[in-house]
Design a protein around this ligand. Structure first.
Ligand SMILES: [Zn+2]
Length: 595
C-alpha cells in the first residue's frame, strides 16, 4: 500500500489510543501472526511444531512448502522466536522480550533471513557458511531462514549441502518454498518437511471478519467472501485484496463496489444462470450473457466460474457429506443445495462437459460471446437423461398396461379429446363440438361379428366419443368412472347424454345419487363442451342391442388392442432406445389368459 492511502486511512486505521498520524501499515503486516495460535488454517503444522518444541526434539533443518501467502514465512519467524525467546525455548514466543521484538522487526543479529531469489549464487552461500560458524551473539541459536529456496543455483545447493550434512549444533535452518519439486533430493532428504495447505475459504472469511471488526469498518459477509475467494486460499493475497477494497470504498463498503472493483462475477448471476439452465429457460440464459457483457466481465472468466459452480453442484449431488471438497460460505451452500435437489448427476455431467468444451473453444474464437451463448442454449434445451433403471421400470409399466388391455382406449381417446375439445369452454366451442358428437343421435346398429364397414365406423365414432368421456370421468373420479364403464351410450348429442343400465343394476342406483349425477353432468360439459344434460336410463332388456359398454368393448377388442399395442410398442422411442442400448431384439410375452 502506498503512502497516499496511508494519509487517507490514517484516521480510522490506527488503534485510536496511539498516535493518530501513524502511517498506514498494510493489513498483511499489521495482522501477521505472531504466535502459532494466530496462524489460520495450518493447525496440523502448528501441532507438530509445538510438539517438537515441547519435547526438545527440534530438527536442525525444516522445509516449509505450500502456496504463497499461507503462512510459511510467518511460521518460520514464530519458530525462530520460540527458539530464541528469552523466556524460552517454549512452544509459543512471549512476543514481549527484546529477542522476540528484534525478530518481529527483522533486526535480530542471530536470525538471518535470506531471499533465495536474490541470493542465488555460491558466494552467497559461502558467506553464509562463514557467518554461521560463529556462535549466536545473544540467543541460543543462529537461525537461517531461506525464502524461495528453490531459486538457489546448483552450486549454491552443493555448498549448502555440506553445511546441512554436518550442521553446527547452534544452527537451525528453515527453508520455505512454493516449489519443493525443484529442490535436489539431497537437500530434501536432510530436512523435516511440512506441507502448508491452502487456507479454506471459511477460515479466511472468519479472519477477515475479525480484522474488519478490529478496524471498526463494516463490511458484509458477502463482500468478505468475494475478497477471500479472490485470495484463492492465500491469507496474504486476501488481505492485500481487502486493503485494495478499503482504499477504494473507504469506510462505506458496498457489495456492488466490491464486485466491480474485483471484477469478480456476481455469485447471484451465476446462480441465476444455472437456475435458467435447469429450468430449460433459453431466454434466461441469453439474458444472463447479456448482463455479463453489460457488467464488462470477461466472457471466458464467467464461463470458468460457471464450470466451477457446476462442479460444486455435481459434488453436492454425488456426495452426502462433502466436507472439505466444497469451500463455500454457508449461505451460498444452502442456495446451491436447494438448486441441486431436483437434478440428476448424469444431466449435470453432460452440462459440465458442454461448458468445458465451450471454455476451450472460447479461448480460440473471435466470438467468445457467441460460443458461450450457444453452449448455454444447448445446456438449457438438452433433453434429460433417463437413468437406465427408470427406463426399465417404464418398460415394465408399459407392458403391464398392454396386458390389462387399456393401452389403446387410453392414449387414443386422450389424443382425440385434446384435438377436439378446447381445454376451456370458449365461444368457439359449439363450432368444434359437433365433431365430437356422433351424427346419429341414437345409433341403432348393434355390434355384430361382421358389421358393414359404414355401420361399424359410425358405431366406432360414437363409441370412441363415449370412451373418451368415460376415461375423462375415470381420471377425475375413479369410482364414478369405473361404474360408468358398465353403461351403454344410448345417445350422445350436444343437448343430451343418455346412458343405459340394466334395471336392477347396482351401477344405476349408485350413479343416480344426486351428487354423482351432478358430477357426471358437469364432467360431461367439461369434456364435450356445450351444456348437455346427463340422463340415466333403466333398460328393460339386457342391453344386447345397444352400443357396447366400455367394459364390453375392452373385452371384445382386447385381442385386437394387444396386436395394435405391440406394433405401437415396437415403434415407441423408449423401446427403440432400449433395444439399441442392449443390442437385443424385442419379444413380447403374452399372459396365459390370452389378453
Ligand atoms: Zn520472547
Amino acid at each position: 500500500m502506498n503512502s497516499e492511502s496511508g494519509l487517507v486511512f490514517g484516521a480510522h486505521m490506527s488503534d485510536g489510543v496511539k498516535d493518530k498520524k501513524k502511517p498506514y501499515t498494510v493489513l498483511a503486516l499489521k495482522y501477521r501472526p505472531q504466535t502459532f495460535a494466530d496462524l489460520v488454517g495450518q493447525e496440523h503444522i502448528c501441532r507438530a511444531l509445538t510438539n517438537a518444541l515441547a519435547s526438545g526434539r527440534v530438527a536442525h533443518a525444516f522445509l516449509f512448502t505450500g502456496a504463497r501467502g499461507v503462512g510459511k514465512t510467518s511460521s518460520a519467524r514464530i519458530m525462530a522466536k520460540a527458539l530464541n525467546c528469552e523466556q524460552g525455548p517454549s512452544t509459543e514466543p512471549c512476543n514481549v522480550c527484546s529477542a522476540c521484538h528484534e525478530i518481529t522487526d527483522g533486526i535480530s543479529v542471530d536470525v538471518l533471513e535470506i531471499d533465495g531469489a536474490s541470493n542465488t549464487g555460491v558466494d552467497d552461500v559461502r558467506e553464509l557458511r562463514d557467518t554461521i560458524r560463529y556462535l549466536p551473539a545473544r540467543g541460543r541459536y543462529k537461525i537461517v531462514i531461506i525464502d524461495e529456496v528453490h531459486m538457489l543455483s546448483t552450486n549454491a545447493f552443493n555448498a549448502l549441502l555440506k553445511t546441512l550434512e554436518e550442521p553446527p549444533s547452534h544452527v537451525k535452518f528453515i527453508f520455505a518454498t512454493t516449489e519443493p519439486h525443484k529442490l535436489p533430493i539431497t537437500i530434501l532428504s536432510r530436512c523435516q518437511r511440512y506441507d502448508f495447505k491452502r487456507i479454506p475459504l471459511k477460515k479466511i472469511v472468519a479472519q477477515l471478519e475479525h480484522i474488519v471488526r478490529e478496524e471498526k469498518i463494516s463490511v458484509t459477509e458477502t463482500a468478505l467472501t468475494m475478497v477471500a475467494r479472490k485470495g484463492d486460499g492465500s491469507m496474504r493475497d486476501s488481505l492485500s485484496t481487502l486493503d485494495q477494497v478499503l482504499a477504494f470504498c473507504g469506510e462505506n463498503v458496498l457489495d456492488e463496489d466490491v464486485t466491480s472493483l474485483l471484477g469478480v462475477v456476481d455469485r447471484g448471476l451465476l446462480l441465476e444462470t444455472s437456475g435458467s439452465i435447469f429450468a430449460h429457460d433459453a431466454a434466461g440464459v441469453l439474458d444472463a450473457v447479456r448482463r455479463v457483457d453489460a457488467f464488462g466481465y470477461n466472457m471466458r472468466q464467467f464461463c470458468q466460474e460457471l464450470i466451477e459452480q457446476f462442479r460444486l453442484l455435481a459434488i453436492l449431488k454425488a456426495v452426502k457429506q462433502p466436507g472439505e471438497l466444497i469451500d463455500l460460505a454457508d449461505a451460498e451452500l444452502a442456495l446451491l443445495k436447494e438448486q441441486v435437489s431436483p437434478l440428476t448427476l448424469d444431466d449435470l455431467q453432460r452440462q459440465i462437459s458442454l461448458l468445458i468444451k465451450a471454455e476451450g473453444e472460447m479461448s480460440q474464437s473471435s466470438f467468445p460471446r457467441l460460443v458461450l451463448e450457444m453452449a448455454l442454449i444447448r445446456a438449457a434445451t438438452m433433453a434429460p437423461v433417463i437413468p437406465i433403471g427408470d427406463l426399465l421400470e417404464r418398460l415394465k409399466n408399459l407392458e403391464r398396461v398392454i396386458r390389462s388391455g387399456e393401452a389403446v382406449a387410453g392414449p387414443a381417446t386422450r389424443l382425440e379429446r385434446e384435438a377436439v375439445t378446447p381445454s376451456r369452454p370458449t365461444p368457439s366451442a359449439p363450432v368444434a363440438a359437433p365433431r365430437s358428437f356422433p351424427t346419429a343421435s341414437s345409433p341403432s346398429s348393434p355390434p355384430s361379428p361382421s358389421p358393414s364397414s359404414a355401420a361399424r365406423s359410425s358405431s366406432e365414432n360414437s363409441g370412441d366419443s363415449w370412451s373418451g368421456y368415460v376415461l375423462y370421468v375415470k381420471e377425475k373420479k375413479a369410482r364414478l368412472g369405473a361404474f360408468l364403464e358398465h353403461g351403454h351410450p344410448i345417445g350422445i348429442s350436444p343437448t343430451k347424454v343418455e346412458v343405459g343400465f340394466p334395471a336392477d343394476s347396482f351401477y344405476y342406483s349408485s350413479l343416480s345419487e344426486p351428487d354423482a349425477l351432478a358430477t357426471l353432468t358437469s364432467l360431461a360439459r367439461e369434456h364435450f363442451g356445450g351444456a348437455p344434460e346427463l340422463k340415466l336410463v333403466k333398460l328393460t332388456d339386457s342391453g344386447a342391442n345397444l352400443p357396447p359398454t366400455v367394459h364390453e368393448k375392452k373385452k371384445l377388442h382386447s385381442r385386437e388392442s394387444l396386436k395394435q399395442a405391440e406394433e405401437e410398442l415396437k415403434k415407441h422411442p423408449l423401446v427403440a432406445a432400449a433395444v439399441e442400448i442392449f443390442g437385443g431384439k424385442l419379444e413380447l410375452e403374452r399372459s396365459k389368459d390370452g389378453l
